[in-house]
Design a protein. Structure first.
Lengths: 466, 167
Protein backbone atom coordinates (compact mmCIF):
# COMPACT_ATOMS: atom_id res chain seq x y z
CA UNK A 1 0.00 0.00 0.00
CA UNK A 2 1.49 3.34 -1.03
CA UNK A 3 0.98 6.62 0.80
CA UNK A 4 -0.09 8.90 -2.02
CA UNK A 5 -2.79 6.77 -3.66
CA UNK A 6 -4.02 5.76 -0.18
CA UNK A 7 -4.38 9.42 0.75
CA UNK A 8 -6.40 10.03 -2.42
CA UNK A 9 -8.64 7.08 -1.63
CA UNK A 10 -9.28 8.30 1.91
CA UNK A 11 -9.88 11.90 0.87
CA UNK A 12 -12.23 11.44 -2.06
CA UNK A 13 -15.50 9.62 -1.65
CA UNK A 14 -16.96 8.48 -4.98
CA UNK A 15 -19.46 10.88 -6.55
CA UNK A 16 -23.04 10.33 -5.50
CA UNK A 17 -22.21 8.11 -2.54
CA UNK A 18 -23.83 10.27 0.18
CA UNK A 19 -26.92 10.70 -2.00
CA UNK A 20 -27.23 6.95 -2.51
CA UNK A 21 -26.94 6.29 1.20
CA UNK A 22 -29.50 8.98 1.96
CA UNK A 23 -32.02 7.19 -0.26
CA UNK A 24 -31.18 3.83 1.30
CA UNK A 25 -31.52 5.45 4.72
CA UNK A 26 -35.05 6.55 3.90
CA UNK A 27 -36.09 3.01 3.08
CA UNK A 28 -34.32 1.70 6.20
CA UNK A 29 -36.22 4.18 8.33
CA UNK A 30 -39.49 2.88 6.87
CA UNK A 31 -38.46 -0.60 8.05
CA UNK A 32 -37.89 0.72 11.58
CA UNK A 33 -41.49 1.85 11.89
CA UNK A 34 -43.08 -0.73 9.65
CA UNK A 35 -44.95 -0.57 6.37
CA UNK A 36 -48.22 -0.65 8.30
CA UNK A 37 -47.40 2.82 9.67
CA UNK A 38 -45.76 4.50 6.72
CA UNK A 39 -47.12 8.04 6.89
CA UNK A 40 -46.45 10.60 4.21
CA UNK A 41 -42.77 11.16 4.84
CA UNK A 42 -41.79 7.51 4.76
CA UNK A 43 -44.03 6.81 1.76
CA UNK A 44 -42.07 9.56 0.02
CA UNK A 45 -38.86 7.78 1.00
CA UNK A 46 -40.08 4.65 -0.81
CA UNK A 47 -40.90 6.72 -3.88
CA UNK A 48 -37.42 8.21 -3.70
CA UNK A 49 -35.95 4.72 -3.68
CA UNK A 50 -38.03 3.84 -6.74
CA UNK A 51 -36.96 7.12 -8.33
CA UNK A 52 -33.30 6.28 -7.82
CA UNK A 53 -33.66 3.16 -9.97
CA UNK A 54 -36.08 4.78 -12.45
CA UNK A 55 -33.62 4.47 -15.34
CA UNK A 56 -33.07 0.75 -14.76
CA UNK A 57 -35.18 -2.25 -15.78
CA UNK A 58 -36.52 -2.24 -12.20
CA UNK A 59 -37.82 1.32 -12.53
CA UNK A 60 -41.45 0.86 -13.43
CA UNK A 61 -42.01 -2.08 -11.10
CA UNK A 62 -40.32 -0.20 -8.24
CA UNK A 63 -42.55 2.83 -8.69
CA UNK A 64 -45.57 0.56 -8.67
CA UNK A 65 -44.37 -1.30 -5.56
CA UNK A 66 -43.71 1.97 -3.69
CA UNK A 67 -47.20 3.18 -4.55
CA UNK A 68 -48.75 -0.06 -3.36
CA UNK A 69 -46.77 0.04 -0.12
CA UNK A 70 -48.04 3.57 0.45
CA UNK A 71 -51.59 2.36 -0.14
CA UNK A 72 -51.08 -0.47 2.34
CA UNK A 73 -51.49 -3.33 -0.13
CA UNK A 74 -47.97 -4.58 -0.64
CA UNK A 75 -47.45 -8.12 -2.02
CA UNK A 76 -44.44 -10.43 -1.66
CA UNK A 77 -43.36 -9.50 -5.17
CA UNK A 78 -43.60 -5.78 -4.39
CA UNK A 79 -41.38 -6.29 -1.37
CA UNK A 80 -38.87 -8.23 -3.45
CA UNK A 81 -38.79 -5.37 -5.99
CA UNK A 82 -38.18 -2.79 -3.25
CA UNK A 83 -35.46 -5.00 -1.77
CA UNK A 84 -34.00 -5.32 -5.26
CA UNK A 85 -33.98 -1.53 -5.67
CA UNK A 86 -32.18 -1.09 -2.36
CA UNK A 87 -29.67 -3.80 -3.29
CA UNK A 88 -29.10 -2.17 -6.70
CA UNK A 89 -28.23 1.16 -5.08
CA UNK A 90 -25.83 -0.47 -2.65
CA UNK A 91 -24.44 -2.53 -5.52
CA UNK A 92 -23.62 0.70 -7.34
CA UNK A 93 -22.05 2.09 -4.16
CA UNK A 94 -19.99 -1.10 -3.89
CA UNK A 95 -18.80 -0.80 -7.47
CA UNK A 96 -17.73 2.81 -7.03
CA UNK A 97 -15.92 2.07 -3.76
CA UNK A 98 -14.17 -1.04 -5.07
CA UNK A 99 -13.18 0.82 -8.20
CA UNK A 100 -11.46 3.56 -6.21
CA UNK A 101 -9.80 0.96 -4.02
CA UNK A 102 -8.53 -0.98 -7.04
CA UNK A 103 -7.17 2.27 -8.44
CA UNK A 104 -5.41 3.08 -5.17
CA UNK A 105 -3.91 -0.41 -4.99
CA UNK A 106 -3.10 -0.61 -8.70
CA UNK A 107 -5.11 -3.84 -8.76
CA UNK A 108 -6.40 -5.46 -11.94
CA UNK A 109 -9.76 -7.18 -11.65
CA UNK A 110 -11.18 -9.86 -13.88
CA UNK A 111 -14.35 -8.83 -15.74
CA UNK A 112 -17.63 -10.34 -14.58
CA UNK A 113 -18.87 -13.02 -16.94
CA UNK A 114 -22.65 -13.02 -17.31
CA UNK A 115 -24.17 -15.71 -15.13
CA UNK A 116 -25.95 -18.59 -16.82
CA UNK A 117 -29.69 -18.61 -16.22
CA UNK A 118 -30.45 -20.70 -13.16
CA UNK A 119 -32.33 -23.90 -13.90
CA UNK A 120 -35.83 -24.06 -12.45
CA UNK A 121 -35.63 -25.01 -8.79
CA UNK A 122 -37.97 -25.97 -6.00
CA UNK A 123 -39.31 -23.24 -3.73
CA UNK A 124 -38.76 -24.10 -0.08
CA UNK A 125 -38.84 -20.40 0.86
CA UNK A 126 -42.52 -19.56 1.23
CA UNK A 127 -42.22 -19.61 5.04
CA UNK A 128 -39.17 -17.35 4.96
CA UNK A 129 -40.85 -14.83 2.64
CA UNK A 130 -43.94 -14.71 4.77
CA UNK A 131 -41.90 -14.09 7.95
CA UNK A 132 -39.90 -11.36 6.22
CA UNK A 133 -43.14 -9.74 5.07
CA UNK A 134 -44.49 -9.77 8.62
CA UNK A 135 -41.27 -8.16 9.83
CA UNK A 136 -41.54 -5.43 7.20
CA UNK A 137 -45.14 -4.72 8.07
CA UNK A 138 -44.55 -4.66 11.83
CA UNK A 139 -41.24 -2.78 11.53
CA UNK A 140 -38.33 -3.37 13.90
CA UNK A 141 -40.20 -1.38 16.53
CA UNK A 142 -43.02 -3.89 16.37
CA UNK A 143 -40.90 -7.01 16.81
CA UNK A 144 -41.80 -9.05 19.87
CA UNK A 145 -41.12 -12.58 21.11
CA UNK A 146 -44.02 -14.09 19.17
CA UNK A 147 -42.94 -12.59 15.86
CA UNK A 148 -39.38 -13.86 16.32
CA UNK A 149 -40.57 -17.30 17.40
CA UNK A 150 -42.67 -17.52 14.22
CA UNK A 151 -39.44 -18.03 12.21
CA UNK A 152 -38.41 -21.09 14.21
CA UNK A 153 -39.86 -23.85 12.04
CA UNK A 154 -38.89 -22.16 8.80
CA UNK A 155 -35.27 -21.86 9.87
CA UNK A 156 -35.23 -25.42 11.17
CA UNK A 157 -36.44 -26.73 7.80
CA UNK A 158 -33.82 -24.69 5.88
CA UNK A 159 -31.04 -25.93 8.18
CA UNK A 160 -32.01 -29.51 7.43
CA UNK A 161 -31.17 -29.00 3.76
CA UNK A 162 -27.37 -28.59 3.31
CA UNK A 163 -27.80 -26.79 -0.02
CA UNK A 164 -29.77 -24.04 1.70
CA UNK A 165 -27.12 -23.33 4.33
CA UNK A 166 -26.62 -19.76 3.14
CA UNK A 167 -30.25 -18.80 3.62
CA UNK A 168 -30.45 -20.71 6.91
CA UNK A 169 -27.32 -19.11 8.39
CA UNK A 170 -28.53 -15.64 7.45
CA UNK A 171 -32.07 -16.02 8.81
CA UNK A 172 -30.81 -17.72 11.96
CA UNK A 173 -28.38 -14.87 12.59
CA UNK A 174 -31.05 -12.22 12.09
CA UNK A 175 -33.60 -14.05 14.24
CA UNK A 176 -31.09 -14.46 17.08
CA UNK A 177 -30.38 -10.73 17.12
CA UNK A 178 -34.05 -9.83 17.11
CA UNK A 179 -34.68 -12.35 19.91
CA UNK A 180 -31.90 -10.85 22.02
CA UNK A 181 -33.34 -7.36 21.52
CA UNK A 182 -37.00 -8.17 22.26
CA UNK A 183 -39.09 -6.14 22.67
CA UNK A 184 -37.29 -3.95 20.14
CA UNK A 185 -39.58 -1.01 20.99
CA UNK A 186 -37.65 -0.74 24.28
CA UNK A 187 -34.31 -0.46 22.47
CA UNK A 188 -32.89 3.10 22.42
CA UNK A 189 -31.80 2.81 18.76
CA UNK A 190 -31.99 -0.32 16.62
CA UNK A 191 -29.09 -1.13 14.24
CA UNK A 192 -31.02 0.39 11.34
CA UNK A 193 -28.67 -0.16 8.40
CA UNK A 194 -27.62 -3.60 9.54
CA UNK A 195 -31.08 -5.07 9.98
CA UNK A 196 -32.29 -3.55 6.72
CA UNK A 197 -29.26 -5.13 5.01
CA UNK A 198 -29.99 -8.54 6.50
CA UNK A 199 -33.69 -8.28 5.69
CA UNK A 200 -32.96 -7.27 2.09
CA UNK A 201 -30.42 -10.02 1.60
CA UNK A 202 -32.70 -12.63 3.15
CA UNK A 203 -35.61 -11.62 0.95
CA UNK A 204 -33.57 -11.60 -2.27
CA UNK A 205 -32.26 -15.07 -1.49
CA UNK A 206 -35.62 -16.48 -0.42
CA UNK A 207 -36.35 -17.22 -4.07
CA UNK A 208 -35.81 -20.39 -6.08
CA UNK A 209 -32.47 -20.39 -7.86
CA UNK A 210 -31.07 -17.27 -6.15
CA UNK A 211 -28.12 -19.26 -4.80
CA UNK A 212 -27.91 -22.19 -7.20
CA UNK A 213 -24.77 -23.72 -5.68
CA UNK A 214 -21.79 -24.99 -7.60
CA UNK A 215 -22.52 -26.31 -11.05
CA UNK A 216 -20.79 -29.01 -13.04
CA UNK A 217 -19.18 -26.50 -15.38
CA UNK A 218 -16.94 -24.80 -12.80
CA UNK A 219 -13.31 -24.95 -13.98
CA UNK A 220 -10.69 -26.61 -11.78
CA UNK A 221 -7.23 -25.32 -11.04
CA UNK A 222 -4.00 -26.81 -9.79
CA UNK A 223 -0.99 -25.02 -8.42
CA UNK A 224 0.60 -23.61 -5.31
CA UNK A 225 -1.50 -21.73 -2.77
CA UNK A 226 0.04 -19.26 -0.34
CA UNK A 227 -2.42 -18.36 2.41
CA UNK A 228 -1.67 -14.83 3.57
CA UNK A 229 -4.26 -14.58 6.34
CA UNK A 230 -7.60 -15.77 7.65
CA UNK A 231 -10.81 -13.82 8.09
CA UNK A 232 -13.25 -15.37 10.57
CA UNK A 233 -17.02 -14.87 10.51
CA UNK A 234 -19.17 -15.96 13.39
CA UNK A 235 -22.58 -15.74 14.97
CA UNK A 236 -24.12 -17.90 17.66
CA UNK A 237 -24.86 -20.84 15.34
CA UNK A 238 -22.38 -20.50 12.48
CA UNK A 239 -18.68 -19.96 11.92
CA UNK A 240 -16.77 -19.50 8.68
CA UNK A 241 -13.03 -19.39 8.25
CA UNK A 242 -12.09 -17.70 5.00
CA UNK A 243 -8.43 -17.93 4.02
CA UNK A 244 -7.17 -15.24 1.65
CA UNK A 245 -4.21 -16.07 -0.48
CA UNK A 246 -2.35 -16.02 -3.75
CA UNK A 247 -2.60 -18.96 -6.12
CA UNK A 248 0.25 -19.62 -8.55
CA UNK A 249 -1.47 -21.78 -11.16
CA UNK A 250 0.47 -24.72 -12.53
CA UNK A 251 1.55 -24.07 -16.11
CA UNK A 252 2.82 -20.56 -15.48
CA UNK A 253 -0.37 -18.51 -15.74
CA UNK A 254 -0.22 -15.24 -13.78
CA UNK A 255 -0.96 -15.46 -10.03
CA UNK A 256 -4.50 -14.86 -8.79
CA UNK A 257 -6.06 -13.62 -5.59
CA UNK A 258 -8.24 -16.38 -4.20
CA UNK A 259 -10.11 -17.30 -1.05
CA UNK A 260 -11.02 -20.66 0.33
CA UNK A 261 -13.59 -21.26 3.05
CA UNK A 262 -14.77 -23.81 5.54
CA UNK A 263 -17.99 -23.17 7.47
CA UNK A 264 -19.64 -25.10 10.27
CA UNK A 265 -22.83 -24.92 12.24
CA UNK A 266 -22.24 -24.51 15.95
CA UNK A 267 -23.84 -23.31 19.17
CA UNK A 268 -23.25 -20.15 21.16
CA UNK A 269 -21.10 -21.83 23.83
CA UNK A 270 -18.47 -22.90 21.30
CA UNK A 271 -16.23 -19.84 21.13
CA UNK A 272 -12.56 -18.90 21.06
CA UNK A 273 -9.89 -21.45 20.11
CA UNK A 274 -12.47 -24.27 20.48
CA UNK A 275 -13.93 -23.14 17.14
CA UNK A 276 -11.08 -24.82 15.29
CA UNK A 277 -12.17 -28.21 16.64
CA UNK A 278 -15.22 -28.02 14.40
CA UNK A 279 -12.90 -28.31 11.39
CA UNK A 280 -11.05 -31.47 12.42
CA UNK A 281 -11.95 -33.00 9.04
CA UNK A 282 -9.62 -30.55 7.27
CA UNK A 283 -6.17 -31.34 8.70
CA UNK A 284 -4.21 -30.30 5.60
CA UNK A 285 -5.77 -26.84 5.47
CA UNK A 286 -5.56 -26.28 9.24
CA UNK A 287 -1.98 -27.53 9.27
CA UNK A 288 -1.03 -24.97 6.63
CA UNK A 289 -2.72 -22.15 8.55
CA UNK A 290 -0.97 -23.05 11.79
CA UNK A 291 2.36 -24.01 10.24
CA UNK A 292 2.50 -21.23 7.62
CA UNK A 293 3.46 -23.46 4.77
CA UNK A 294 2.31 -23.41 1.17
CA UNK A 295 -0.24 -25.88 -0.22
CA UNK A 296 0.11 -27.85 -3.42
CA UNK A 297 -3.43 -28.22 -4.74
CA UNK A 298 -4.74 -30.37 -7.57
CA UNK A 299 -8.04 -29.98 -9.36
CA UNK A 300 -9.84 -27.62 -7.00
CA UNK A 301 -12.95 -25.92 -8.44
CA UNK A 302 -12.38 -22.16 -8.74
CA UNK A 303 -15.47 -19.96 -8.94
CA UNK A 304 -15.44 -16.71 -10.90
CA UNK A 305 -15.80 -14.97 -7.52
CA UNK A 306 -12.27 -16.11 -6.63
CA UNK A 307 -13.56 -18.77 -4.24
CA UNK A 308 -11.53 -21.93 -4.35
CA UNK A 309 -13.72 -24.84 -3.25
CA UNK A 310 -11.61 -26.68 -0.73
CA UNK A 311 -11.10 -30.46 -0.79
CA UNK A 312 -8.63 -31.53 1.85
CA UNK A 313 -7.79 -34.69 -0.07
CA UNK A 314 -6.70 -32.69 -3.11
CA UNK A 315 -3.99 -30.77 -1.27
CA UNK A 316 -0.65 -31.58 0.29
CA UNK A 317 1.61 -29.49 2.48
CA UNK A 318 4.34 -27.58 0.64
CA UNK A 319 7.31 -25.58 1.83
CA UNK A 320 7.13 -23.13 4.74
CA UNK A 321 7.06 -19.50 3.61
CA UNK A 322 6.99 -15.97 4.99
CA UNK A 323 3.55 -14.45 4.25
CA UNK A 324 4.97 -10.93 4.50
CA UNK A 325 7.59 -11.71 1.85
CA UNK A 326 5.03 -13.34 -0.45
CA UNK A 327 2.59 -10.46 0.06
CA UNK A 328 5.35 -7.98 -0.80
CA UNK A 329 6.22 -9.73 -4.07
CA UNK A 330 2.90 -11.19 -5.19
CA UNK A 331 -0.01 -8.98 -4.11
CA UNK A 332 0.70 -6.20 -6.57
CA UNK A 333 0.63 -8.35 -9.69
CA UNK A 334 -2.06 -10.87 -8.79
CA UNK A 335 -5.33 -10.79 -10.71
CA UNK A 336 -8.32 -9.97 -8.49
CA UNK A 337 -11.59 -11.84 -9.09
CA UNK A 338 -14.87 -10.38 -10.28
CA UNK A 339 -17.63 -9.83 -7.74
CA UNK A 340 -20.84 -11.76 -8.52
CA UNK A 341 -23.78 -9.46 -9.22
CA UNK A 342 -25.77 -10.31 -6.11
CA UNK A 343 -22.75 -10.04 -3.82
CA UNK A 344 -22.14 -6.41 -4.71
CA UNK A 345 -22.54 -4.68 -1.35
CA UNK A 346 -19.96 -2.57 0.52
CA UNK A 347 -19.84 -5.16 3.33
CA UNK A 348 -18.35 -7.65 0.88
CA UNK A 349 -15.29 -5.48 0.15
CA UNK A 350 -12.34 -7.31 1.73
CA UNK A 351 -9.18 -6.68 -0.27
CA UNK A 352 -5.95 -8.22 0.98
CA UNK A 353 -3.10 -5.73 1.31
CA UNK A 354 0.31 -5.42 2.88
CA UNK A 355 1.03 -2.26 4.88
CA UNK A 356 4.51 -1.55 6.17
CA UNK A 357 6.82 1.31 7.08
CA UNK A 358 3.99 3.05 8.89
CA UNK A 359 3.73 4.70 12.25
CA UNK A 360 0.95 4.02 14.73
CA UNK A 361 -1.43 6.66 15.97
CA UNK A 362 -2.80 5.49 19.29
CA UNK A 363 -5.97 6.76 20.86
CA UNK A 364 -9.56 5.63 20.96
CA UNK A 365 -9.42 4.58 17.33
CA UNK A 366 -5.88 3.45 16.57
CA UNK A 367 -4.73 4.02 13.02
CA UNK A 368 -1.68 3.63 10.87
CA UNK A 369 -0.08 6.67 9.33
CA UNK A 370 1.59 6.29 5.99
CA UNK A 371 2.89 9.65 4.80
CA UNK A 372 -0.12 11.95 4.86
CA UNK A 373 -2.63 9.10 4.92
CA UNK A 374 -4.31 7.89 8.11
CA UNK A 375 -6.08 4.53 7.91
CA UNK A 376 -7.97 3.25 10.95
CA UNK A 377 -7.58 -0.31 12.14
CA UNK A 378 -10.76 -2.32 12.53
CA UNK A 379 -10.05 -3.73 15.98
CA UNK A 380 -13.59 -5.06 16.39
CA UNK A 381 -12.70 -7.72 13.87
CA UNK A 382 -9.96 -9.47 15.83
CA UNK A 383 -11.37 -12.95 16.45
CA UNK A 384 -11.19 -14.74 19.78
CA UNK A 385 -9.87 -17.91 18.07
CA UNK A 386 -6.50 -16.34 17.24
CA UNK A 387 -3.58 -14.54 18.88
CA UNK A 388 -4.13 -11.04 17.45
CA UNK A 389 -4.94 -8.41 20.07
CA UNK A 390 -5.35 -4.62 19.97
CA UNK A 391 -2.04 -4.34 21.87
CA UNK A 392 -0.18 -6.36 19.22
CA UNK A 393 -1.69 -4.25 16.45
CA UNK A 394 -0.69 -1.07 18.30
CA UNK A 395 2.88 -2.39 18.53
CA UNK A 396 2.97 -3.43 14.87
CA UNK A 397 5.37 -2.30 12.19
CA UNK A 398 3.87 -4.32 9.32
CA UNK A 399 0.40 -5.72 8.75
CA UNK A 400 -1.29 -8.02 6.27
CA UNK A 401 -4.91 -7.05 6.35
CA UNK A 402 -8.19 -6.67 4.54
CA UNK A 403 -9.25 -3.21 3.45
CA UNK A 404 -12.90 -2.82 4.34
CA UNK A 405 -15.49 -0.09 4.18
CA UNK A 406 -18.27 0.48 6.70
CA UNK A 407 -20.37 3.40 7.98
CA UNK A 408 -18.72 5.89 5.65
CA UNK A 409 -15.08 5.07 6.24
CA UNK A 410 -12.25 2.83 5.09
CA UNK A 411 -10.74 0.48 7.65
CA UNK A 412 -7.92 -2.03 7.80
CA UNK A 413 -8.78 -5.39 9.35
CA UNK A 414 -5.51 -6.97 10.55
CA UNK A 415 -4.98 -10.62 9.59
CA UNK A 416 -1.31 -10.85 10.54
CA UNK A 417 1.13 -8.43 12.12
CA UNK A 418 4.85 -8.10 12.63
CA UNK A 419 5.42 -6.18 15.85
CA UNK A 420 8.00 -5.29 18.41
CA UNK A 421 7.11 -6.41 21.92
CA UNK A 422 9.56 -5.78 24.76
CA UNK A 423 12.15 -4.86 22.11
CA UNK A 424 11.84 -8.27 20.49
CA UNK A 425 10.36 -8.85 17.03
CA UNK A 426 7.21 -11.01 17.04
CA UNK A 427 4.93 -12.18 14.26
CA UNK A 428 1.30 -13.15 14.90
CA UNK A 429 -1.23 -14.65 12.47
CA UNK A 430 -4.95 -15.13 12.86
CA UNK A 431 -4.69 -18.80 11.88
CA UNK A 432 -1.88 -19.62 14.27
CA UNK A 433 -4.05 -21.62 16.66
CA UNK A 434 -5.75 -23.68 13.96
CA UNK A 435 -4.26 -26.89 15.34
CA UNK A 436 -4.38 -25.73 18.98
CA UNK A 437 -3.39 -22.57 20.85
CA UNK A 438 0.31 -21.82 21.22
CA UNK A 439 0.03 -19.23 23.99
CA UNK A 440 0.55 -21.05 27.35
CA UNK A 441 -2.05 -18.83 29.06
CA UNK A 442 -4.67 -19.78 26.46
CA UNK A 443 -3.69 -23.46 26.60
CA UNK A 444 -4.28 -23.38 30.36
CA UNK A 445 -7.64 -21.63 30.04
CA UNK A 446 -8.72 -24.18 27.43
CA UNK A 447 -7.68 -27.06 29.67
CA UNK A 448 -9.71 -25.52 32.52
CA UNK A 449 -12.92 -25.21 30.53
CA UNK A 450 -12.56 -28.60 28.81
CA UNK A 451 -13.41 -29.51 25.23
CA UNK A 452 -16.79 -27.88 24.59
CA UNK A 453 -17.25 -29.59 21.24
CA UNK A 454 -16.55 -33.05 22.69
CA UNK A 455 -18.91 -32.48 25.65
CA UNK A 456 -21.79 -31.43 23.42
CA UNK A 457 -21.15 -34.22 20.91
CA UNK A 458 -21.28 -36.73 23.77
CA UNK A 459 -24.58 -35.25 24.94
CA UNK A 460 -25.93 -35.33 21.39
CA UNK A 461 -24.86 -38.95 20.97
CA UNK A 462 -26.58 -39.96 24.18
CA UNK A 463 -29.75 -37.88 24.08
CA UNK A 464 -30.58 -37.26 20.42
CA UNK A 465 -30.78 -40.81 19.13
CA UNK A 466 -33.24 -42.27 21.61
CA UNK B 1 -27.39 12.40 18.28
CA UNK B 2 -23.66 11.89 18.77
CA UNK B 3 -21.21 10.50 16.25
CA UNK B 4 -21.11 7.06 17.84
CA UNK B 5 -24.88 6.65 17.62
CA UNK B 6 -24.81 7.66 13.97
CA UNK B 7 -21.98 5.23 13.24
CA UNK B 8 -23.88 2.42 15.01
CA UNK B 9 -27.02 3.12 13.03
CA UNK B 10 -25.25 3.33 9.72
CA UNK B 11 -22.98 0.34 10.23
CA UNK B 12 -23.67 -2.89 8.37
CA UNK B 13 -21.71 -4.82 10.97
CA UNK B 14 -22.90 -3.17 14.19
CA UNK B 15 -22.34 -5.59 17.06
CA UNK B 16 -25.79 -6.45 18.47
CA UNK B 17 -25.32 -9.56 20.62
CA UNK B 18 -22.16 -9.91 22.68
CA UNK B 19 -20.57 -13.34 22.16
CA UNK B 20 -21.05 -15.87 24.96
CA UNK B 21 -18.09 -16.19 27.30
CA UNK B 22 -16.34 -19.54 27.38
CA UNK B 23 -17.29 -21.79 30.29
CA UNK B 24 -17.06 -25.42 31.27
CA UNK B 25 -20.01 -27.28 29.74
CA UNK B 26 -19.70 -30.67 31.44
CA UNK B 27 -22.17 -29.98 34.26
CA UNK B 28 -24.55 -27.53 32.60
CA UNK B 29 -24.41 -28.13 28.83
CA UNK B 30 -27.23 -25.72 27.98
CA UNK B 31 -28.21 -22.29 29.28
CA UNK B 32 -30.41 -19.75 27.54
CA UNK B 33 -32.32 -16.56 28.14
CA UNK B 34 -35.44 -17.26 26.11
CA UNK B 35 -39.22 -17.33 26.26
CA UNK B 36 -39.17 -15.06 29.30
CA UNK B 37 -37.08 -17.44 31.37
CA UNK B 38 -33.55 -18.28 32.33
CA UNK B 39 -33.65 -21.94 31.45
CA UNK B 40 -31.30 -24.78 30.84
CA UNK B 41 -30.27 -28.37 31.23
CA UNK B 42 -28.11 -29.77 34.03
CA UNK B 43 -26.49 -33.18 33.66
CA UNK B 44 -27.15 -35.57 36.53
CA UNK B 45 -24.08 -36.29 38.61
CA UNK B 46 -25.02 -39.93 39.14
CA UNK B 47 -26.75 -41.14 35.93
CA UNK B 48 -25.24 -40.17 32.57
CA UNK B 49 -28.53 -40.78 30.77
CA UNK B 50 -30.47 -38.41 33.01
CA UNK B 51 -30.62 -34.63 32.80
CA UNK B 52 -32.52 -32.05 34.82
CA UNK B 53 -34.44 -29.24 33.20
CA UNK B 54 -34.29 -26.11 35.35
CA UNK B 55 -35.85 -22.72 34.81
CA UNK B 56 -36.51 -19.37 36.47
CA UNK B 57 -39.20 -17.06 35.08
CA UNK B 58 -38.61 -13.35 34.57
CA UNK B 59 -42.19 -12.61 35.59
CA UNK B 60 -42.54 -13.34 39.32
CA UNK B 61 -39.27 -15.32 39.51
CA UNK B 62 -41.10 -18.65 39.85
CA UNK B 63 -38.72 -21.56 39.47
CA UNK B 64 -38.86 -25.25 38.74
CA UNK B 65 -36.68 -28.29 38.20
CA UNK B 66 -37.55 -31.74 36.89
CA UNK B 67 -35.95 -34.60 34.99
CA UNK B 68 -36.27 -34.80 31.21
CA UNK B 69 -38.92 -37.47 31.86
CA UNK B 70 -40.90 -34.92 33.80
CA UNK B 71 -40.30 -36.30 37.29
CA UNK B 72 -40.02 -33.53 39.85
CA UNK B 73 -36.54 -32.94 41.19
CA UNK B 74 -36.11 -34.46 44.64
CA UNK B 75 -33.95 -31.59 45.79
CA UNK B 76 -36.62 -29.00 45.22
CA UNK B 77 -38.03 -28.08 48.63
CA UNK B 78 -38.78 -24.58 49.80
CA UNK B 79 -35.69 -23.24 48.03
CA UNK B 80 -33.92 -23.65 44.66
CA UNK B 81 -32.19 -27.03 44.31
CA UNK B 82 -28.54 -27.56 43.44
CA UNK B 83 -29.43 -27.75 39.72
CA UNK B 84 -31.03 -24.31 39.79
CA UNK B 85 -28.02 -22.97 41.67
CA UNK B 86 -25.71 -24.50 39.04
CA UNK B 87 -27.88 -23.00 36.28
CA UNK B 88 -27.56 -19.54 37.84
CA UNK B 89 -23.78 -19.93 38.26
CA UNK B 90 -23.27 -20.94 34.64
CA UNK B 91 -25.65 -18.29 33.28
CA UNK B 92 -23.59 -15.65 35.08
CA UNK B 93 -20.40 -17.09 33.56
CA UNK B 94 -21.89 -17.26 30.07
CA UNK B 95 -23.69 -13.92 29.89
CA UNK B 96 -22.35 -11.86 32.80
CA UNK B 97 -24.54 -11.08 35.81
CA UNK B 98 -25.72 -7.78 34.40
CA UNK B 99 -27.36 -9.32 31.33
CA UNK B 100 -28.96 -12.17 33.31
CA UNK B 101 -30.28 -9.83 36.02
CA UNK B 102 -31.66 -7.45 33.39
CA UNK B 103 -33.44 -10.29 31.61
CA UNK B 104 -34.91 -11.63 34.86
CA UNK B 105 -35.67 -8.11 36.09
CA UNK B 106 -33.83 -9.04 39.27
CA UNK B 107 -32.61 -6.28 41.54
CA UNK B 108 -28.97 -7.11 42.17
CA UNK B 109 -26.63 -4.57 43.73
CA UNK B 110 -23.40 -3.41 42.16
CA UNK B 111 -21.29 -5.83 44.20
CA UNK B 112 -23.22 -8.88 42.98
CA UNK B 113 -21.05 -11.18 40.87
CA UNK B 114 -22.11 -14.80 41.31
CA UNK B 115 -25.03 -17.12 40.69
CA UNK B 116 -25.65 -17.15 44.46
CA UNK B 117 -25.96 -13.34 44.44
CA UNK B 118 -28.49 -13.69 41.62
CA UNK B 119 -30.52 -16.36 43.46
CA UNK B 120 -30.50 -14.18 46.59
CA UNK B 121 -32.11 -11.37 44.60
CA UNK B 122 -35.05 -13.54 43.47
CA UNK B 123 -38.36 -13.51 45.26
CA UNK B 124 -40.47 -16.24 43.66
CA UNK B 125 -41.44 -19.73 44.73
CA UNK B 126 -41.91 -23.07 43.05
CA UNK B 127 -44.14 -22.90 39.98
CA UNK B 128 -45.00 -25.21 37.07
CA UNK B 129 -42.77 -24.79 34.00
CA UNK B 130 -42.78 -26.29 30.47
CA UNK B 131 -39.86 -28.69 30.99
CA UNK B 132 -40.64 -30.69 27.84
CA UNK B 133 -40.36 -27.58 25.68
CA UNK B 134 -37.05 -26.58 27.24
CA UNK B 135 -35.71 -30.09 26.78
CA UNK B 136 -36.72 -30.14 23.13
CA UNK B 137 -35.00 -26.78 22.66
CA UNK B 138 -31.86 -28.35 24.07
CA UNK B 139 -32.10 -31.26 21.62
CA UNK B 140 -32.61 -28.79 18.82
CA UNK B 141 -29.51 -26.90 20.05
CA UNK B 142 -27.51 -30.15 19.87
CA UNK B 143 -28.60 -30.87 16.30
CA UNK B 144 -26.49 -27.92 15.09
CA UNK B 145 -23.42 -30.01 15.85
CA UNK B 146 -24.69 -32.76 13.56
CA UNK B 147 -24.84 -30.53 10.47
CA UNK B 148 -22.07 -31.15 7.95
CA UNK B 149 -19.21 -28.69 7.41
CA UNK B 150 -19.46 -26.91 4.06
CA UNK B 151 -16.66 -25.63 1.85
CA UNK B 152 -18.96 -23.60 -0.37
CA UNK B 153 -18.57 -19.93 0.59
CA UNK B 154 -21.31 -18.25 2.61
CA UNK B 155 -21.01 -14.59 1.54
CA UNK B 156 -23.81 -13.66 3.96
CA UNK B 157 -21.45 -14.27 6.87
CA UNK B 158 -19.49 -11.13 5.93
CA UNK B 159 -22.22 -9.39 7.94
CA UNK B 160 -21.12 -11.37 10.99
CA UNK B 161 -17.43 -10.66 11.66
CA UNK B 162 -15.88 -12.67 14.48
CA UNK B 163 -14.83 -10.54 17.37
CA UNK B 164 -13.87 -10.82 21.01
CA UNK B 165 -10.10 -10.63 20.96
CA UNK B 166 -10.20 -7.68 23.36
CA UNK B 167 -10.33 -10.15 26.22
ZN1 LIG C 1 -33.10 -29.87 40.66
Amino acid sequence: MLATPLKELLDQAPDGLPEAFAVVGGFDDALVHGLARLGEERAAALSALAGAVAATPLGERAADAAAKAAAGSVTDDDLAVLAGARAALLGAAHDALLDSLDTALGRTRAPLEPAAAAPPAADPFAGARSWLRELAIAGWRGVDHDLVAAAGQTIEALLDEPRLRRQAALLDGLAAELRACCPVAAMPRPPVRRWADLWTRALLFARPGAAPGIGEDVPSVSGRLFVLGVDVHEHATAVQVQAHGVLEPAGGEPPRLVRTSVAAAKVDTIVGPALWRLFGGYPVLLGALAGRHALEVTGLPLLASGDLIWHDDRAVAGEPFDPFAVARIRLAGALAPAVPALDRHPVRIAEPVLAEDYTIERGERPALRLGEARLEFDLDRLPSCGPLTPELVAASTACIGLVRWDAGRWLLQPLAVAATVKRKPVVAHGGEWATGPTDPKVVKAEARSGDAVAVLRERAGRLLRR
Amino acid sequence: MDADTTAWESSSVARVVPPARPRKLAKVPFVELAEGRLQGVVSSGSDIDRVYVSSIAAAGHGYNCSTNNNRPCGGLGGAPCKHLRALADEAVLQYGIERVARYLRADVDGAASTGADLIAALSGGREPAPAAIVFSRFLRHLTYLELPVTTEPIPELHWFPATGAAR
